[in-house]
Design a protein around this ligand. Structure first.
Ligand code: DC
Length: 225
């Protein structure tokens, strides 16, 4: 069967990774969470007190960063490693969420991450989610989705997800963070969040996870069978 590249872009917390993981599993494809790469870089910058407005410091820091994804048989998902340390869970913290859009807007950071993402897609058979995957990373991908959902629904979903890990989190903090990231991600100079002209828009405000998957699989069938 023909292998393709599937890209899933969209706003923060609109279910991109849920759909991407399910599609990858059902097709036997590799799932890559590109946002995890920007989060891991942000973690490194914060831990090492890197001033990301200083290009020399940024380039020097990037030279010390190795990012890899390894499949965890227990959790049945691929997890990100920063210089051999599993950071899959620590990068989901609000401390990282508050800074990641600023770090992801830096040209050198994007060049670094995009080159690695493109390498991961060389063999195809990949589902990658993010903000610029269908526009910049894989502009020639065979199948592109652009996901949206109402802000209230997105806030509720992310709040419940974060509440499980942090009982002190407030819904207002989550809302403020989502709105801020959407703004920065779609207004930055380099590779802003945009719907690729050939992407299929999927609004999942009123869709269940199963319904969303069914719709997406319908489009996949049209491409690979
Ligand atoms: O998907 P996520 O919420 O884990 O992404 C975290 C941040 O990383 C997001 O606010 C913007 C940035 N990002 C990006 O700029 N480009 C991508 N391809 C993926 C994420």
């Amino acid at each position: 069967m023909k292998k393709i590249i599937i890209t899933i872009d969209g706003w923060s917390s609109c279910g991109k990774s849920t759909l991407a993981k399910q599609l990858a599993k059902s097709l036997g494809y590799v799932y890559i969470d590109s946002g995890a790469m920007y989060r891991a870089i942000t973690l490194y910058f914060l831990r090492n007190h890197i001033n990301w407005l200083d290009t020399v410091q940024v380039n020097d820091a990037l030279a010390h960063i190795t990012l890899t994804f390894k499949f965890n048989n227990k959790t049945q998902q691929s997890e990100i490693y920063l210089n051999e340390e599993n950071v899959e869970y620590v990068i989901r913290d609000l401390v990282i969420a508050e800074k990641v859009s600023d770090v992801a807007a830096i040209k050198e950071v994007r060049t670094f991450a995009v080159a690695q993402q493109q390498k991961m897609g060389e063999e195809k058979g990949i589902v990658m989610d993010g903000r610029d995957i269908g526009t910049t990373v894989f502009p020639d991908a065979e199948l592109k989705f652009f996901m949206t959902a109402d802000i209230a629904v997105r806030v509720e979903r992310r709040y419940l997800e974060m509440l499980a890990k942090n009982p002190n989190i407030s819904i207002d903090d989550v809302k403020a963070n989502l709105e801020m990231r959407d703004y920065i991600d779609s207004n930055r100079e380099v590779s802003p969040l945009r719907k690729a002209p050939d992407a299929i828009e999927l609004d999942n405000t009123a869709l269940s996870i199963a319904e969303q998957l069914e719709i997406a699989v319908g489009f996949v069938k049209g491409k690979i069978y």
